[in-house]
Design a protein. Structure first.
Lengths: 421, 304, 379
């Protein structure tokens, strides 16, 4: 039996729109296209003498930003994101002949690799305790590129070192391989597969339907992001195993579809019971120290971690101690999401027309930028409601979007916000 | 968790933001234990600052004091100075400016100590999170100044023990530095290693060093911490002697190497609780196996 | 194309070429020490700082251990430079003895860093200002001996000048005669501005003077650009400067000129004009790249590749035929004589063409006298 699926249903819905867009773009020169989106000429302004005036969108931009900040701060308290779910995700990338197609520029393979890299980073940001492994399909054979692990860089490095595509694609071989690995993982972990599929067919050694049933029985959730057209077997696979099937229309769409898989699927997150999990924060050993790791049973030089309970050496975090079974995580992994827990309050606008405005601070507390406009008038500024320090608009954005600390409150012992209690 | 991807630095023009630990408890403690005093320390640091400016006329130095009750800018080599005579007094301008501002700062820090009562005396740690946040704000301003700016880095000259209550704030600052690719170098001048700074340097790709002998501090500073980011890609620099990844628990602000994590918000607790004090989740079963089984059952429901 | 004789790549090569005694004498001056230090490659600077207070010889081998394998070539460059400039002295055990290149008060003095808008800057364009300045200073110094001045004195005065504060007035009567003379020349170049008081005269160093020691280093000039070049060969220059517009006119067809915007196009004709005036494609491209508007400067390449390629192609169009004055030799007496002559011409770098079957030879005209002499000797 040789079930070759060669079903290529071109997406009718998007087909026509796409062609029109293409026509449009063909009529435009490369240099025109760069400006078509920005429409920068519409916002040009002249001053009294007819000189072009530099557009000061700063204040405008800042006002928009503050509105967004306000709405966010009210919403964020309501949503409950499950950060502590432990997901085991196999990312399968189809590097068959079809991945060399150039409908994505420069090629499907290059675009897929680029976005898988972004996906891996985002995934670990959202699921600090989860694991990923990479599998590639080439010449009809599925190959395990990296084992399950929690370090984004080792995956990315392995992926970038192994680019190149050839031969047919085989969905069944990939699923069999993944099934073999995922069957071994602890039962509290969520088993998932994400497949980036370029080919329009699958060339399998046996009955793929049996493999799909096997995955279903092992509770492996399979999702597919297609790069060419929708094909029946992928739809069937996803329906059976409870995953999602989407097809990317262009590069931006593909990125979006991939990143949708970074947060835990709502079906898992919603019903997960909140739990206290006992964990250890191992210390990283000095570089150049030789020791035997408990995970590979090999002597390794440097860079290991020591389990705080049984002092066994492990190579990578997060993992589970082979000796005492303690879940080992790197504490910075957890700390990455703490700014969600303790958001800093939005700063208040300070009206420059206050009666004794000349007494206001003359420089931004954060970056020392002068807050005085020409003519010795106080410029635009905001103030922290807790420590009453004044900040410039740029620092305001930086503090709320990246730093997540108020430098004023942190530089003052008494006004330190009480955390956690 | 790996350090920042290496960025290509085209030249050696540097901005060094130095965070100076001025904690009086530290300096009284070291003064009794060894012969290294605060004035000696300052002499080493000032020579170092001078050397940085000497190396390239576009180099820039900013000094921020990390106090017990406050943090403040002490010196900024790019700030416009008043007319200075070319052949000034024997004391160079940098020295007198730093010393004068430092004296003001120590005075005001002490005053806020008094108004604070004994709150600070109980925790002899200085406000590292504050000075790190200030340094990062300053560096963002340099980034905004245009495409051509000096390559910034932060140097923490820290001696006080870590303040576990600053854990979240320090980690936030570290991640922000990592995102902006600003290395945090640490030179620990206190008695014990600093877990905060070990993590900071490890995560941001900076250098962490605890000089065994403080008498030769200038030699350490000029050999290791004066190295611009451009040259770092060719040089052997001290490798981390282990990184202390311990965290602070949210309930008692203790530094722990093992603890309980809330599966919803990842808060860390040193003891088992019934309810998460951060996100309010009520913990059902302590047994993770049962919890996973429950979700697996639910997962079978068909999705739309 | 104007040919410029390249003597030394930069100011410090010239300093390094000074005789040992003169160089050692120069190091008595703190300004020189500071300028030399700043001119060094980053790695070398670091080594100097690191070894400043070490008074025993350090072996070359132990210094090599400071670098990673990738950095070894940079390490060699740095060490060679330090030895060239006699900052490091080699000792017999093939170790390098660090000498203290600067008196201790060097770490005490601080240069001023303020920058000032300078009237002189406008006189320098197309090439990087500092590079042009260097062109002229180099000639000025190498001619100094003909004028009866000591190049070492001149160098030390120039370097000292570069550490003066921009915009400050200095009294002329502190200078010696030679320096006064030099200063007048420098004023013509815009390095200093002379001001006549009622009784006394003053000079004010400009940014160019204070940048002098920077032009010695490899740091790129740090200024904001104004030109946007598009893939369709159109060019937009956001500038109010008359000078900018004139420079653009040298190689582009200017179409509109608004108060603060110049719109033009790079065409074959406009470029041929430039080439005829002795401007090279590389100069045009580097001008466009150095002055790229911040919006496009972040992109790589800042000037579209098709434009730069085309500029280069148009230039090579002009260079398809190269004319070299030459002499044609034939009717050699024997194969041996012919081969001897062609080998002789080849060894001396004058052979342009040979046909060994017909025994014919074309040799650069400059070599004609030598060839004639050689052939006469063969007889």
């Amino acid at each position: 039996m040789d079930p070759r699926f060669n079903v290529a249903e071109k997406r009718q819905l998007n087909g026509e729109e796409e062609e029109e867009e293409e026509d449009d773009e063909n009529n435009m020169e490369a240099w025109e296209r760069a400006y078509a989106d920005e429409r920068s000429w519409e916002s040009l302004q002249e001053d009294e003498s007819g000189l072009l005036r530099a557009i000061d969108s700063n204040a405008l931009h800042h006002a928009q930003y503050r509105r967004r900040l306000r709405s966010l701060s009210t919403v964020s308290t309501a949503t409950r994101i499950q950060k502590g779910l432990i997901r085991y995700l196999y990312v399968v990338i189809d590097f068959s002949r079809a991945a060399s197609e150039t409908d994505f520029k420069p090629s499907r393979m290059a675009v897929a690799a680029k976005h898988v890299e972004a996906f891996i980073r985002e995934f670990f940001d959202q699921n600090p305790l989860s694991h990923i492994a990479l599998i590639t399909i080439r010449d009809g054979v599925a190959q395990c590129l990296t084992d399950l692990g929690g370090s984004p860089d080792s995956h990315i490095k392995a992926l970038m070192g192994k680019l190149g595509c050839s031969g047919d694609s085989s969905l069944q071989n990939a699923l069999d391989l993944v099934h073999g690995y995922l069957n071994q993982i602890p039962s509290y972990g969520h088993r998932e597969v994400l497949i980036l599929y370029s080919a329009l067919s699958t060339c399998d050694p046996g009955d793929i339907m049996e493999t799909i049933q096997k995955c279903k029985n092992s509770k492996i959730r399979c999702s597919v992001v297609g790069l060419s057209a929708e094909i029946y077997i992928c739809r069937h696979l996803c329906q059976e195993t409870g995953g999602t099937y989407t097809v990317a229309m262009d590069e931006a769409h593909m990125k979006e579809l991939l990143l949708e898989h970074a947060p835990p699927p709502p079906a898992i997150a919603e019903f997960a019971v909140s739990n206290l999990i006992k964990m250890g924060f191992p210390q990283r050993a000095a570089e150049g120290v030789v020791s035997i790791c408990s995970c590979h049973k090999e002597a390794k030089v440097g860079g290991g971690y020591t389990c705080p309970r049984c002092k066994a050496r492990v190579c990578e975090l997060p993992t589970e101690c082979q000796i005492c079974g303690l879940t080992l995580v790197s504490s910075p992994h957890l700390a990455r999401s703490y700014h969600h827990l303790f958001p800093i309050t939005p700063f208040n606008d300070v009206s420059p027309t206050l009666p004794n405005s000349h007494k206001l601070p003359r420089a931004c507390f954060g970056c020392q930028q002068p807050l005085i406009q020409s003519g010795n008038k106080p410029g635009l500024r905001v103030a922290c409601p807790n420590c009453n320090q004044h900040f410039c608009l740029d620092c305001d954005i930086y503090i709320h979007e990246s730093l997540h600390n108020c430098p004023g409150c942190e530089s003052q012992r008494n006004s330190k916000p009480v955390t956690g209690e | 968790m790996a350090s920042v991807p290496s960025k290509l630095y085209s030249d050696d023009v540097s901005l060094v933001v130095v965070l100076l630990d001025t904690n009086p408890f530290l300096w009284t403690a070291t003064a009794t234990a060894t012969t290294f005093t605060f004035p000696e320390f300052l002499a080493h640091v000032l020579s170092f600052l001078n050397s940085i400016i000497l190396l390239n006329q576009l180099n820039q130095v900013v000094v921020i004091a990390t106090g017990l009750n406050s943090c403040d800018y002490i010196f900024d080599s790019s700030a416009p100075s008043k007319v200075e005579p070319f052949e000034s007094a024997r004391m160079p301008l940098l020295y007198s400016r730093v010393l004068r501002r430092l004296e003001d700062f120590l005075g005001s820090d002490e005053r806020s100590e008094r108004s604070n009562g004994a709150a600070a005396a109980a925790a002899p740690s200085s406000l590292l999170s504050g000075s790190l946040s200030l340094a990062l704000c300053y560096i963002q301003r340099v980034f905004r100044s245009g495409a051509l700016h000096p390559q910034p880095r932060i140097l923490c000259l820290q001696g006080s023990p870590d303040g576990p209550e600053q854990y979240v704030a320090v980690m936030n600052a570290i991640f922000s530095a990592q995102r902006s690719m600003v290395p945090i170098d640490s030179c620990v001048i206190g008695a014990q290693h600093s877990a905060f700074l070990q993590q900071a340097s490890y995560i941001t790709g900076g250098v962490y060093l605890k000089p065994p002998m403080l008498d030769g501090l200038f030699q350490y500073l000029s050999t290791i911490f004066a190295t611009d980011l451009h040259s770092r890609s060719f040089l052997q620099l001290p490798k981390p002697v282990g990184v202390d990844f311990r965290a602070s628990c949210f309930c008692h602000k203790k530094t722990i190497d093992m603890g309980y994590i809330c599966s919803v918000c990842l808060s860390i607790f040193c003891k088992h609780h019934k309810k998460c004090s951060t996100c309010g989740s009520v913990f059902g079963q302590a047994n993770p196996e049962a919890a996973a089984a429950a979700t697996d059952r639910k997962r079978k429901a068909p999705e739309v | 194309m104007p040919q410029v004789r390249i003597i030394a790549k930069n100011f410090m090569d010239m300093v390094a070429a000074l005789p040992e005694l003169k160089l050692d004498k120069l190091y008595e001056n703190t300004f020189i020490c500071e300028a030399v230090l700043r001119s060094l490659p980053p790695l070398a600077k670091k080594y100097v700082l690191q070894l400043l207070f070490i008074d025993a010889p350090v072996t070359a081998k132990s210094m090599e251990e400071w670098v990673l394998a990738d950095g070894l070539s940079k390490h060699r460059v740095a060490i060679d430079r330090l030895i060239q400039l006699r900052v490091f002295l080699e000792t017999t055990e093939s170790g390098a003895l660090p000498r203290e290149p600067m008196p201790s008060n060097i770490t005490v003095r601080l240069p001023t860093l303020e920058e000032l808008d300078v009237y002189a800057l406008e006189q320098w364009e197309l090439m990087d200002t500092n590079a042009q300045l260097w062109y002229i200073m180099r000639e000025y110094i190498s001619n100094s001996e003909d004028r009866g001045e000591d190049p070492a004195d001149l160098i030390s005065f120039l370097l000292e000048l570069s550490f003066h504060a921009t915009g400050q007035a200095y009294n002329l009567n502190t200078l010696i005669d030679v320096q006064m003379h030099t200063l007048k020349d420098l004023a013509d170049l815009g390095l200093v501005k002379l001001q006549q008081g009622r009784k006394e005269s003053w000079f004010i160093p400009t940014k160019l003077a204070t940048n002098l020691s920077m032009s010695l280093t490899d740091s790129s000039a740090r200024k904001e650009g104004f030109v946007v070049v598009e893939t369709n060969f159109r060019l937009y220059a956001y500038s109010t400067s008359k000078l900018h517009s004139e420079i653009l006119r040298l190689f582009a067809r200017v179409e509109y000129q608004l108060p603060n915007l110049i719109v033009g196009a790079i065409t074959k004709e406009s470029l041929y004009n430039a080439f005829e005036n002795g401007i090279t494609a590389e100069q045009i491209i580097s001008f466009l790249q150095q002055n790229a508007h911040p919006r496009v400067a972040e992109r790589t390449p800042s000037v579209p590749e098709n434009v730069t390629d085309q500029i280069r192609l148009w230039e090579t169009d002009l260079n398809r035929v190269e004319i070299t004055p030459a002499h044609f030799y034939d009717e050699f007496l024997s194969k041996d004589v012919f081969e001897g002559a062609s080998d002789y011409a080849r060894e001396n770098g004058g052979l342009l063409w040979e046909d060994s079957k017909k025994m014919r030879l074309v040799v650069n005209a400059e070599m004609h006298a030598q060839m004639r002499e050689y052939l006469r000797r063969q007889k």
